[in-house]
Write a protein that binds this ligand. Structure first.
Ligand code: GDP
Length: 463
């Protein structure tokens, strides 16, 4: 699991708040120590950790009591928002030049995955319909040129190479000429990697940059190097001026320090991340998704936001009332399933929820989590509807039965009615009975989930 250690470190913080009523200056002291420790262990740079802990603390003490929201959940939300901010907020897109070709210059130390990134990036852009060309500018390692040629072939992108006897700036100039001649959209230029930064490397990069006038200068850094990666980005930016970073090897057991420090330390965004050795393993860096992953909640939060967009406020309040009074009926059921349908397929929605499909306990915990954040209550309701009922509702004829839609009791009480619905919807009586039983179970469960009074009853189906 990516950043697993960081995730479990942060869990200590939430756990210390269990049973508290509200976040206070006093009760966040220990959780904040856990957060600090978790970040330091993840190799986030100390000044970043200090600032982070300070802003989270200030936020936390300021939020006060929100009905229905538990303090640990409040803290999760605050930490999440701060993590997103720390990583730059929005996704930072690649910029394309006004005239072709757009030139992307790649720099980086040896072994970070720079050559691989060249080909991955070409592959990525090709999928967006852009034609690309690679330039082999790493003249100190013949093997690097061969590797680039092989990878270029693999992804179906031409590679401009001159061997090792020509100056990198000269290769760059000729490569650019060739790209113009062939009218390619994007020229990706590989440069020499050294084992460590030295003046020769920087001077050479400056020369190449001058020749190319690139739209993007991206430093490739290895996520395994933690905060060192952030320091490198700073140095390269000061020395040659860069537009962003590409973080590689996020699939390994990197601890998170690089992802969390680069933007804050260097002021430059991470634009792309590499997550494996295959040519497809390159993707944009999404701070919000990353934060979700770090908190071990998958994309629950963005799912919640999406759910909110889909649901109208009056529906939400109406539904909440119904749930609290255990009056949830088939009409609500339909509304919910439609809302879920608008959010995308259920598999996708469920896929965003970690640990889903395990046991009821997990599902309820998720529902409880979301419900407790009050305004999100609705989304949890819609999820539980789908979880607790059969996949398809439409086939059960509940579209047509106005009376029975509002009063599911009628169906519980009358086998005749159930039989009629079974006939009309082409289902078996047993399936209809199941659906009815599940609605009542749902009422009880949802009510319990909402933290309301105990109980509610599940009426037995009479014959
Ligand atoms: P360069 O010296 O910077 O050009 O590095 P290379 O592109 O030759 O990559 C060095 C090694 O790292 C190779 O074995 C790559 O397969 C591997 N590598 C590159 N990117 C990734 C990544 O995102 N994940 C993993 N697991 N390995 C990677």
């Amino acid at each position: 699991e990516m950043f697993g250690q960081l995730t479990s470190g942060l869990e200590n913080a939430w756990n210390k708040l269990k049973g508290e009523e509200v976040l206070t200056k006093e009760n966040i002291v220990e959780p904040m120590k856990d957060i600090r420790r978790a970040l330091l262990e993840a190799d986030v740079s100390l000044p970043v950790v200090r600032r982070f802990v300070q802003s989270v603390s200030e936020e936390a003490v300021g939020v006060g009591l929100i009905r229905g929201v538990k303090p640990d959940q409040q803290l999760v939300k605050i930490v999440r928002d701060e993590l997103v901010k720390l990583m730059g907020g929005e996704v930072s897109e690649l910029v394309f030049g006004k005239s072709s070709p757009t030139v992307i210059l790649l720099a980086g130390l040896q072994g970070v995955g720079k050559t691989t990134v060249c080909a991955k990036l070409a592959n990525y852009l090709k999928k967006q319909g852009k034609s690309c060309m690679l330039v082999a500018g790493d003249v100190y390692r013949p093997a690097a040129i061969d590797q680039l040629v092989i990878l270029g072939e693999q992804v179906g992108v031409p590679v401009y190479a001159e061997g090792t006897d020509v100056k990198p700036s000269e290769i760059a100039r000729k490569g650019l000429q060739e790209a113009k001649r062939q009218n390619v959209d994007v020229l990706i230029v590989d440069t020499a990697g050294r084992l460590q930064i030295d003046k020769g490397m920087m001077d050479e990069l400056k020369d190449v940059k001058k020749v190319l006038n690139p739209t993007e200068v991206l430093l490739v850094v290895d996520a395994m190097t933690g905060q060192e990666a952030a320091a490198l980005v700073t140095t390269f930016n000061v020395e040659i001026g860069i537009t962003g970073a590409i973080l590689t090897k996020l699939d390994g057991d990197s601890r998170g320090g690089a992802a969390l420090s680069v933007k804050e330390v260097s002021g430059k965004p991470i634009k792309l991340v590499g997550r494996g050795e295959r040519m497809d393993d390159l993707e944009p860096f999404y701070p919000d998704r990353m934060a979700g992953r770090i908190l071990g909640m998958g994309d629950v939060l963005s799912f919640v936001e999406k759910a909110q967009e889909v649901m109208r406020q009056e529906d939400a309040e109406d539904l909440q009332k119904k749930i609290m009074s255990a009056k949830f009926d088939f009409n609500d059921f339909l509304k919910q399933t439609r809302a879920v349908a608008r959010m995308g397929s259920m598999t996708r929605v469920l896929g965003m929820i970690p640990g889903m499909g395990k046991v009821w306990g997990t599902r309820f915990r998720f529902c409880g989590y979301v419900i407790a954040t009050e305004k999100y209550g609705l989304c949890a309701a819609s999820v539980s509807v789908r979880l607790l009922t059969l996949e398809a509702s439409n086939g059960y004829g509940i579209h047509n039965q106005t009376e029975e839609r509002e009063k599911p009791e009628l169906l519980a009480e009358s086998a005749v009615r159930r039989k009629r619905i079974a006939q009309e919807s082409g289902k078996t009586e047993q399936q209809v009975s199941q659906l009815v039983a599940q609605l009542f179970q749902m009422r009880v469960r949802m009510k319990n989930l909402m933290g309301a009074m105990e109980g509610g009853s599940i009426p037995a189906l009479s014959n």
